[in-house]
Design a protein around this ligand. Sequence first.
Ligand code: ADP
Ligand code: MG
Length: 348
Amino acid sequence: MSITVTSLVKHFDNFAALKGIDLAVRPGEFLALLGPSGSGKTTLLRILAGLEFPDAGQLTIDGVDVSDQGARDRQMGFVFQHYALFKHMTVTQNIGFGLKVKPRRERPSSAEITERVDRLLQLVQLEQLGDRYPSQLSGGQRQRVALARALAIEPRVLLLDEPFGALDAKVRKDLRRWLRGLHDEMGITSIFVSHDQEEALELADRVAVMSEGRIAQIGTPTEIYRNPANAFVCEFLGNTNRLNCRIEKGGARLGEQFFTAQVPSDAPALPGVAYVRPEDCDIHTEPNAPGLKARVLKIHAAGPTVRVELRRLESDEIIEIHLQPGVDAPDIGADVALTFRRVRIFPV
Ligand code: ADP
Ligand code: MG
């Protein structure tokens, strides 16, 4: 199923939660909505599901305008952050619920429902637990039940709102790999909300980064990570150095290197900020090596990458770099030069 959203606007009283969203989701795609708390992710997802209605804008599924359809007609599966399972129903009853409440002419027979629920129990690997109640399950198991329940109605689109947000890191990681496998196997279209960049970048075909009711950038994980379109995306994706610079003649100098700014400007000179990822920095320890001058403060050698913390001499800004494999760690206190392989520059 393809989904297109055009100029979507949503207010809560005077507050603009969505300020004009345009989005095209491709059939079979796994799209992540990534953004800080309050950026409008849940609101967008609820509008897609038909649980909330926009003030303006259009929504189509496979080219058909569904803006006026209710949740039931849209046939979307929905999984929330907090396992909203029915406490008084067993796992089997929870999964079959959406089928049992269908209008009579669409409702499968009892035998068909039993068969479908059995298949879903297998799919989410809970065959042995059909008779348990939600209180007798772990968090990860509950979320798998919630997912099976969402899939029972054979939805055209799966909408997931931080479904693993309440789980601990290890379970979360396992479940998201498993979810991606399930998505691929079923050939469904999925939209997944997350505020965790690692999760979104690992899981999704494309990521839409949201900020204050707008999509700040949409692209593949590699595009978003390597070529962030603006300062917000640079900062939100984290693990990046932020260095003050001066934009002149369309770019800025860092040490002896010149980098073109990402936003063209006619102004003769303006303050800017340069974003550099730790893995895009090279360190030069030989005396008078060209580059940005910095002093080594700390070395963190535990873990797979050696991280070096430095202080930029001209400004006292702190810079973190990751040493390339095979490069010797510098001495603490040494004055060194840094060069950069990739820099993103934006006006402040
Ligand atoms: P996210 O899921 O990205 O954290 P939400 O879509 O839940 O963000 O919320 C976006 C903004 O809209 C927030 O500032 C939130 O307080 C506001 N908001 C969401 N739902 C309502 C509502 N029902 N009434 C009033 N304000 C709301
Ligand atoms: Mg939310």
